[in-house]
Design a protein around this ligand. Structure first.
Ligand SMILES: *[C@@H]1O[C@H](CO)[C@@H](O)[C@H](O)[C@H]1NC(C)=O
Ligand SMILES: *[C@@H]1O[C@H](CO)[C@@H](O)[C@H](O)[C@H]1NC(C)=O
Length: 279
């Protein structure tokens, strides 16, 4: 009976493509730092640590060509100046595509910077940076990357903070051919991270630890439920920002954005990149 009901369960949920969230132990490999990467609670929780000898990191076993990735992170608490916690998607090689979240630590009580960037065919230079509207070290918060053929949407706790649109019709490159892995790492970057490198890592506070939980990924690999614009269970694949999403982005950008490459005229004396002036 038990086996039978489990079988029904697998059949039913397998067919409708419901996911129950990932498992750090099963879905990721340790890429560096060895024992500095720890999985706990049967793979539901993972911690990365950084000490003077090394940082640490992990990478998904699977590659994604489009996906909706959610991960909860609790950043390094206390004096995290000089440390950088990353969570990003990337393909390989010099013409790689990449979608980045990076969290730049700070002295206790001073704000983290959330740094975002997109690389298309090896070219980045599309940075936007934000302060957060909460203390990212007190609790877990959800950082999401929605990547589909129309756009890339970065969200924090369900609030969209940045959209990178597919503007191929205007001749601009868009990541859509190279599968990407999910990566995460914690490392020392005190030559640039905090106030441009002015504040150094305080190694007396090491090891520094960031925690990850509730990893969840929807992608196009399910044979029973391949991605198509029509499929209601893959609605993420055709999802676009609605009006309220546009309003939320405006609110975040107005109140919390501290750097936007599209307004940095010193950096682009010959004129801003074309996507900056396209709707
Ligand atoms: C750290 O705090 C200082 C002072 O409030 C601020 O200027 C800076 O943007 C903060 N974040 C980082 C990563 O430097
Ligand atoms: C999607 O829906 C349209 C109209 O409802 C239909 O013509 C088309 O064949 C569908 N495509 C797929 C891949 O199911």
């Amino acid at each position: 009976m038990r086996i039978f009901s489990n079988l029904i369960f697998v059949l039913v949920f397998g067919l409708v493509g419901v996911t129950f969230g990932g498992n750090f132990q099963q879905d990721f490999d340790i890429t560096w730092g060895n024992e500095r990467v720890k999985t706990l609670n049967n793979g539901k929780l993972l911690t990365l640590s950084l000490d003077k000898t090394s940082g640490s990191g992990f990478r998904s076993k699977k590659q994604y060509l489009f996906g909706k990735i959610d991960i909860q992170i609790k950043l390094v608490p206390g004096n995290s100046a000089g440390t950088v916690t990353t969570y990003y998607l990337s393909s390989l090689g010099s013409n790689h595509d990449e979608i980045d979240f990076e969290f730049l630590g700070n002295l206790s009580g001073d704000p983290y910077i959330m740094h975002t960037n997109v690389y298309t065919q090896g070219k980045g230079n599309k940075e936007q940076q934000f302060y957060l509207w909460f203390d990212p070290t007190k609790d877990f918060h959800t950082y999401s990357i929605l990547w589909n053929p129309q756009s890339i949407i970065f969200s924090v706790d369900g609030t969209p903070i940045r959209q990178f649109k597919n503007l191929e019709s205007k001749g601009l490159a868009y990541p859509k051919n190279q599968p990407m892995w999910i990566y995460s790492s914690l490392w020392n970057a005190d030559d640039w991270a905090t106030r441009g490198g002015l504040v150094k890592t305080d190694w007396t506070k090491a090891p520094f630890t960031a925690s990850f939980s509730n990893f969840d990924a929807l992608d196009c690999s399910s044979k029973s439920n391949p991605c198509s614009k029509n499929s209601s269970s893959n609605s993420w694949f055709s999802q676009a920002l609605d009006n309220s999403g546009q309003e939320r982005i405006k609110w975040v950008q107005k109140k919390y954005m501290i750097y936007n490459y599209c307004t940095d005229s010193k950096r682009f004396p010959q004129g801003f990149p074309p996507e900056c002036s396209l709707p």
